[in-house]
Design a protein around this ligand. Structure first.
Ligand code: KIV
Ligand code: ZN
Length: 511
């Protein structure tokens, strides 16, 4: 029997700490649902004490997720822990994750506390968290640069205080794989009560070693890995979930453990996170990059055609790449549409949402003969954006773009139901459209990111546009898709403006 390797996903917490990757409560719930579908064991949904928005997001995730444990982060402070406990009250299975730094530099310069004080506060925090739940995780922040003897002392004390999971973070991504593996082995060996807790690791990618360090720790007996979809996270990111899971699954000859992850849900999860955050996945990214399974050279193609395993160690379909097959067309009915969404694991909340998505599907099918699974995912994301809050709604857009002429846009936007029209020139058609929209809304927001991706191949493919806006310390991402990329751009711009307008408190732990 193999051991179980627990997958703890922190996309919604550490992932969200990537500058610009803020998510609304609804977006967090959509991602959490996908993580649950993928059979992630623990979903770290946020840092409830950071803001009311973060509290509400963790609560919303805790209230709906049933098959994964939902976790809330808390500093080793009673008020943080109480906030996490409150947010997790509705969870079927909840966990409080409390942390305090243990490295000399953090204790002296950041906390201004002595090692004795840190041990005392860590123990008190775990005891306090145990008043809320039996499922308590403790992290000595910056463990990767902490004195191993001191780590042994803190960890032994928090196990006695009731921590069931000890998470060892390489907070600044400083360790080398052999060192980090040796640290885990040493802690397990030297802490007298180490058998009473599960060892976990949480590695950052500053030197590009987050996955290697995590796997080295697993070889030394760690049985939980903290990771994120697409390796999103603070600075250079966290260990990427898809790489950790597929390394362990593919190399079962090396690892004496395995995860319960449904790997076919990996690519849909990657796409969803990329679309919500606007963080594009690089084409050569392992597992989820567009080229991860593409064979360019003749020799490779010939080998794969003769015998797939000559150049492929994993099967694309096992990680959720569908073969871009045409799934539907303009003659497909509502039932077929509903069935295909269900097969893709997409749930719409109401009949109204289904009817509206179906109407959009018909519109799309008129413009594009072949509708692929990817188109359906984009269509549903677009639908979710529309249902979120439509204070500003695109009614029509006309753009003139001609060689030698200045591009010009005429736009009609319904502002709270009242239609307003504006025109503007621009450096290009998108610029003109944004200027026309802005002359109606006068948002004062700063454009931080504009990116376009094709959803499938071919010139009739839908373009998916992400726009990132900032205003007064708030950062929001908007998405829109359409076969016309200027319209997709206008939709994504209005989606972002609607988010800014909604005054939903930005769920970002770093503020
Ligand atoms: O990187 C880190 O140390 C963290 C802790 C809060 C676990 O994110
Ligand atoms: Zn971290």
């Amino acid at each position: 029997m193999k051991d179980k390797l627990i997958i703890f996903d922190t996309t919604l917490r550490d992932g969200e700490q990537s500058p610009g990757a803020s998510m609304t409560r609804e977006e967090k719930v959509r991602i959490a649902r996908q993580l649950e579908r993928m059979r992630v064991d623990v979903i770290e949904a946020g840092f409830p004490a950071a803001s009311n928005g973060d509290f509400e997001s963790v609560k919303a995730v805790a209230d709906i997720i049933k098959d994964s444990t939902v976790c809330g982060l808390a500093r080793a402070l009673e008020r943080d822990i109480d906030r996490a406990g409150e947010a997790l009250k509705g969870a079927k299975s909840g966990r409080i994750h409390t942390f305090i730094a243990t490295s000399p530099i953090h204790m002296e310069k950041k906390l201004r506390m002595s090692p004795d004080q840190v041990v005392e506060q860590a123990v008190k925090a775990v005891q306090w968290a145990r008043k809320w739940t039996d499922n308590v995780e403790f992290s000595p922040e910056d463990a990767g640069r902490s004195d191993p003897d001191f780590l042994c002392r803190v960890l032994e004390a928090v196990i006695d205080a009731g921590a069931g999971t000890l998470n060892i973070p390489d907070t600044v991504g400083y360790n080398m794989p052999h060192q980090f593996g040796a640290l885990i082995a040493k802690l397990r060996e030297r802490i007298p009560n180490s058998d009473k807790a599960i060892f976990s690791v949480h590695c950052h990618n500053d030197l590009g070693l987050a996955v290697a360090n995590s796997l080295s720790a697993v070889l030394s007996g760690a049985r939980q890995v903290e990771c994120t979809i697409n390796g999103l996270g603070e600075r250079a990111g966290n260990a990427s979930l898809e790489e950790v899971v597929m390394a362990v699954r593919t190399r079962q000859d090396v690892f004496s453990c395995d995860t319960r992850i449904d790997t076919t849900q990996i690519v849909p999860a990657s796409r969803l996170v990329s679309s919500v955050t606007g963080f594009v996945v690089q084409p050569n990214k392992a597992i989820v990059g567009a080229n991860a399974f593409a064979h360019e050279s003749g020799i490779h193609q010939d080998g794969v055609l003769k015998h797939r395993e000559t150049y492929e160690i994993m099967r694309a379909e096992d990680v959720g790449w569908s073969a871009n097959k045409m799934v539907m067309g303009k003659h497909s009915g509502r039932n077929a549409f509903k069935t295909r969404l269900a097969e893709l694991g997409i749930e719409l909340d109401s009949e109204e949402a289904l009817n509206s998505a179906f109407a959009r599907f018909k519109e799309l099918a008129d413009k594009k003969h072949e509708i692929f699974d990817e188109d359906l995912h984009a269509l549903v994301s677009d639908e979710a954006a529309v249902l979120e809050q439509e204070h500003f709604k695109l009614v029509s857009l006309k753009v003139c773009s001609e060689t030698g002429e200045t591009p010009h846009a005429t736009v009609v936007v319904a502002v709270n139901g009242v239609e307003e029209q504006a025109e503007a020139d621009g450096g290009g058609p998108v610029d003109a459209a944004f200027k026309a929209i802005d002359s109606i809304i006068k948002s004062g927001a700063e454009l931080q990111l504009y990116s376009v991706n094709n959803i499938t191949s071919g010139t009739d493919a839908q373009g998916e546009v992400t726009v990132r806006l900032s205003k007064g310390g708030r950062i929001v991402n908007g998405q829109g898709s359409d076969t016309d990329i200027v319209i997709a751009s206008a939709k994504s711009y209005l989606h972002a403006l609607n988010k800014l307008h909604s005054k939903l408190e930005r769920a970002h732990p770093q503020v």
